[in-house]
Design a protein around this ligand. Structure first.
Ligand SMILES: [Fe+2]
Length: 180
């Protein structure tokens, strides 16, 4: 099973606030993981930290109404906003390969993307190998296995923006059953 899949939902973020400068930071992740260290052996890139922001309560409701009720009975997910800023450099800039240690699965709606590429990997014994990638279009919805190593190649100077519905306990293989 591929660890990512586009599903038949669409939301390009109208009437919700996805500008991180208006939101509270939920967490910032700056510590490199073994997956990024492995990729850096064969690829020259500048790594940027990821930050997640808490979506406003009134906006969370507008986002969660896209999900099937049966899925919300399994777990009420958190709703975060991603604003990933590229580094100020002409070098390849990316959110380095990592696993999301704080959640198992996410459902992302992509807001005003600029060709950023999400790449998935297999990792074994210090070596990392690409297994697939995708480029989401505006408003598209993709379900991701946050437990598998993945990266995002950024498109400077654009900030990568997404609404990220986050399942803390329920794995990808369970979440995807409700969206097929
Ligand atoms: Fe991630």
């Amino acid at each position: 099973m591929l660890p990512y899949r586009k599903v038949n939902l669409f939301f390009s973020g109208e009437e919700v606030d996805t500008d991180a400068t208006n939101l509270f930071m939920h967490a910032e992740y700056t510590v490199p993981q073994k997956y990024g260290i492995a990729l850096a052996k064969t690829l020259d890139f500048v790594s940027v930290p990821n930050s997640t922001y808490e979506m406003k309560d009134e906006d969370k409701k507008k986002v969660l109404k896209f999900l099937p009720k049966k899925l919300l009975e399994v777990e009420i997910p958190e709703v975060w906003v991603l604003n990933i800023k590229p580094a100020d450099t002409s070098n390849l800039t990316m959110l380095a390969p990592h696993v999301d240690k704080v959640r198992k699965c996410c459902i992302n709606f992509y807001i005003d993307p600029h060709g950023e590429t999400t790449t998935y990997y297999e990792y074994f014994a210090g070596k990392i190998k690409e297994i697939g990638n995708f480029v989401a279009k505006n408003g598209e919805c993709w379900v991701l296995d946050s437990d598998q190593p993945h990266s995002v190649t950024l498109s400077p100077p654009h900030t990568r923006k997404a609404i990220s519905i986050s399942f803390i306990h329920t794995p990808y293989k369970e979440v995807i059953k409700f969206l097929e």
